[in-house]
Ligand binder design. Structure first.
Ligand code: ZN
Length: 294
C-alpha cells in the first residue's frame, strides 16, 4: 500500500461547515499495535495532537463509511518518507523537511474494514472542539495580557510581543496545555531569565496584583469583541498558520497550529490565576485561565 507523498489537507483551520464535518478519500490503512488501526485520508476536519508541541489535544469524532461508524480513539500528527509511516513521538524529522509528507493519522480502536479508495465522512464532536477553541484563543490573549502585566519588571530590552511589550511568554514558557474553555501555562523563572533582565524580587507578594491586572486587560479586550481568524500559507498540515486578533493596541499575530473562536466576545469573560512552584530547584510560575464561555 503506497504512502501519501503530500501533506494531508487540513480543514479545521477553515470557518465553514467543513471545519467540523467533511468527506475524504482513504489513502492508506495499516494495523497499529494492540489491535488498533491507522487511517490516512486526502483531507480531514480532525485536529491532530502534535507531539512536538502538544498544546491542543486531538479532536473527538468518528469516521463514517457505508453507514458504519468508527470512533476516533486518537488523532495524531505523523510523517512519512514514502516507505514508512512514523506516528507521534516516533516522527524523526521536523515539519517542512524535504522528501517528507506530514499527515493526520486517524487512530481507530479496532480494525474497521475501511479500505484504500473508500469515500468516508469524518465528523468532529462540535462541543468538544468549541471548548478547545475557546481555551486556545484565551491562552493566546492571556499570554499577551500577562506580558503587559509584567512589562515593568524588565530592565533590559528583549524580544517584543505582537503589541510591542517585552515578551515574557516567549522568554519563559516551558509548557502550554489547552483544556476545555481554558489553559494552563507553566513558565520557568530561571537564572537565564533573570540575566535577560526580568526581576523576580517580590513576585510572591505581587502575584495577586499581577493576576488582577492580567484579568482586567483580558476583560477589556473581550468587551471589544475583537475579531479572531487563522491565516495560512497553504492548506497542508505543515503549511505555516497564524492566529490573528485585532486587539485595541494593534493586530496580534502568533504562529499557531490550533483551532480558535471567531471573536473574543465568544469567551464571555475570563479569569487568570497565578501560582509559584518549584521544579527541581527552578522557580516556576503557573498561569491557569478560564473562560466564561457562553
Ligand atoms: Zn496557539
Amino acid at each position: 500500500m503506497p504512502l501519501p507523498s503530500t501533506d494531508t489537507v487540513v480543514l479545521y483551520p477553515t470557518t465553514g461547515a467543513e471545519s467540523l464535518r467533511a468527506d475524504g478519500v482513504v489513502l492508506h490503512v495499516q494495523p497499529y499495535g494492540d489491535g488498533r488501526e491507522l487511517v490516512l485520508l486526502d483531507r480531514t476536519p480532525a485536529h491532530p495532537v502534535d507531539l512536538a508541541w502538544p498544546d491542543q489535544g486531538s479532536d473527538a469524532g468518528s469516521i463514517l463509511v457505508d453507514g458504519r461508524e468508527a470512533s476516533l480513539l486518537d488523532v495524531v500528527v505523523g510523517a512519512t518518507d514514502g516507505t514508512n509511516l512514523f506516528v507521534g513521538d516516533d516522527v524523526p524529522v521536523r515539519r517542512g523537511t524535504e522528501g517528507w509528507a506530514f499527515v493526520v493519522v486517524h487512530v481507530l480502536a479496532e480494525p474497521s474494514r475501511i479500505a484504500v479508495g473508500d469515500e468516508v465522512v469524518v465528523s468532529v464532536d462540535a462541543a468538544h472542539r468549541r471548548a478547545l477553541s475557546a481555551g486556545h484563543t484565551l491562552c493566546h490573549v492571556a499570554s499577551l495580557a500577562l506580558n503587559a502585566a509584567f512589562a515593568d519588571r524588565w530592565s533590559k530590552p528583549v524580544r517584543e510581543d505582537a503589541l510591542g511589550r517585552p515578551d515574557f511568554d516567549h522568554e519563559a514558557i516551558q509548557s502550554s496545555t489547552i483544556v476545555p474553555d481554558g489553559s494552563v501555562d507553566v513558565f520557568r523563572l530561571n537564572k537565564s531569565l533573570r540575566r535577560k533582565g526580568f526581576a523576580t524580587e517580590g513576585l510572591d507578594d505581587a502575584l495577586d496584583a499581577v493576576a488582577s491586572a492580567a484579568t482586567a486587560t483580558l476583560l477589556e479586550w473581550i468587551a471589544t469583541d475583537a475579531p479572531v481568524h487563522i491565516e495560512r500559507e497553504g492548506d497542508g498540515l505543515s503549511d505555516p498558520r497564524y492566529w490573528v486578533c485585532e486587539l485595541p493596541g494593534g493586530i496580534a499575530r502568533i504562529a499557531c497550529g490550533g483551532t480558535h473562536l471567531s471573536s473574543l466576545g465568544e469567551l464571555g469573560g475570563a479569569s487568570v490565576a497565578l501560582e509559584l512552584g518549584d521544579d527541581a530547584g527552578t522557580t516556576t510560575l503557573t498561569m491557569r485561565c478560564s473562560a466564561a464561555t457562553r
